[in-house]
Ligand binder design. Structure first.
Ligand code: ZN
Ligand code: ZN
Length: 408
């Protein structure tokens, strides 16, 4: 294994979930990445974990299930699985997910089976996901190569797994020893946090996006929204970083205010399928028209999951010249691709406000936050993207010019 993986595993434990002595850790991981899970477990015990529990998954078995299992199983989440999530959340466990999949693992699967399974799981895990969105517990998403994914990113290359590991390590800014890497990340948290603070201070009422791809779109932001970045605060007051890598600065939109047309800049992997050339038209916040040159049925199935799926839940800014887009690698994995480009997400919103931390579900909704069982980031940033912020007194402030942050 590459020596840098030691740093990645250490980073996930120390900075990602910021594991505290005596705390349990849950790792969810594909069986193909077992070596990496073992390394994370080792770092977790080094940091004083009370117990490390692993939930394994496997693309091949998942695909077989979608193609061949009894139809009825897609409508119920088994009780033991529901219990697994709540029990660990109640125990105060931290969660590390190794997000790695064949981007086309569900190619040819009935989108209806996928949608029914999502609905069945969400019906039982709604509270759990809400707790995650408001950072009730600390969680972190990392990644590692699996063969079919590496083949998609580096087709035909004999050393594809090593090449993907290398790209992941560069994207995650892994430099030197674990201690040096942790220091690099502490700087990153500070730098991104600086942008978030400046944006929050403007308290923009609206953002206007424009580029030559055809995107011409405005979206409102709720009053006293807060921009966030790497280095969020969990409910217990301990800082953590939810994604490694991360380059985004993000907030929530006002659900009923998006208007115009948005063109995706990169393909999106959704439900084990690749969706290309997405174009979405918004009216009064709602996606009233959707198009994709490939995989449209999977996009539409996602948008039809519930009422909130057609409204936005996240607005995220990522400079075109971010370290990840500079790699010039299309990862076909949202953890990386969303950090290479400005993106939006349709679905559930993160409740991010400056004036309150604890709000009921109804209060959050009254402030314009969207609610849905899904949350899908899609990338819209291009080298010529401009974003203008409009303040409450009508001032127009350049936020992005030519794909990067303007002087804020
Ligand atoms: Zn995001
Ligand atoms: Zn997101």
């Amino acid at each position: 294994m590459l020596p840098k993986l030691d740093s990645y595993a250490a980073l996930a434990v120390a900075v990602g979930v910021n594991l505290q002595p005596g705390q349990p850790l849950v790792i969810s991981c594909p069986v193909d990445c077992a070596d990496f899970a073992r390394l994370i477990a080792e770092k977790a015990y080094d940091a004083g974990a009370s117990e490390v529990v692993v939930r394994w998954s496997d693309d091949n078995i998942t695909r077989q299930k979608y193609l061949r299992a009894d139809d009825a199983v897609f409508d119920t989440l088994p009780q033991w699985l529901e219990k697994f999530f709540y029990e660990h959340a109640d125990r105060g466990a931290a969660i590390i997910s190794v997000f790695a999949e064949d981007p086309e693992t569900l190619l040819g699967v009935d989108p209806n089976r996928i949608a029914r399974w999502q609905k069945a799981s969400h019906a039982k895990l709604k509270d759990y996901y809400e707790r995650q969105m408001r950072n009730d517990f600390r969680w972190c998403v990392v990644s590692a190569p699996v063969d079919a994914w590496a083949e998609k990113v580096f087709p035909g290359r004999e050393d594809k797994n090593a090449a993907l590991w290398d790209a992941i390590c560069r994207a995650a800014d892994l430099r030197g020893t674990p201690e040096e890497t942790v220091a690099v990340w502490q700087d990153k948290v500070k730098r991104l946090g600086g942008f978030a603070e400046k944006l929050t201070a403007y308290n923009f009422t609206k953002l206007h996006y424009k580029n030559s791809l055809g995107t011409d779109f405005t979206v409102g932001l709720p009053k006293n929204h807060m921009w966030s970045a790497a280095g969020e605060l969990a409910a217990d007051g301990v800082r953590f970083v939810a994604n490694i890598p991360t380059e985004e600065v993000f907030t929530l939109p006002d659900r009923s205010t998006a208007d115009g047309v948005v063109y995706a800049a990169l393909p999106l992997v959704l439900s084990g399928n690749i969706i290309r050339d997405i174009r979405l038209t918004f009216r009064n916040g709602k996606i009233v028209e959707s198009y994709a040159s490939e995989g449209q049925e999977f996009l539409d199935a996602e948008l039809d999951l519930d009422e909130g799926a057609r409204y936005l839940g996240e607005v995220a800014l990522v400079p075109y010249h971010s370290p990840i887009s500079a790699l010039g690698v299309l990862f076909y994995n949202t953890l990386f691709d969303e950090n290479a480009a400005c993106h939006l997400a349709f679905g559930e919103a993160y409740p991010l406000f400056t004036d309150v931390t604890e709000l009921s579900k109804d209060e959050i909704a009254a402030r314009g936050a969207n609610s849905s069982m899904t949350h899908i980031d899609f990338m819209i940033g291009t080298p010529d993207l401009s974003i203008t912020g409009i303040t409450a007194d009508g001032r127009e402030v350049p936020v992005f010019a030519d794909g990067d942050f303007a002087e804020l």
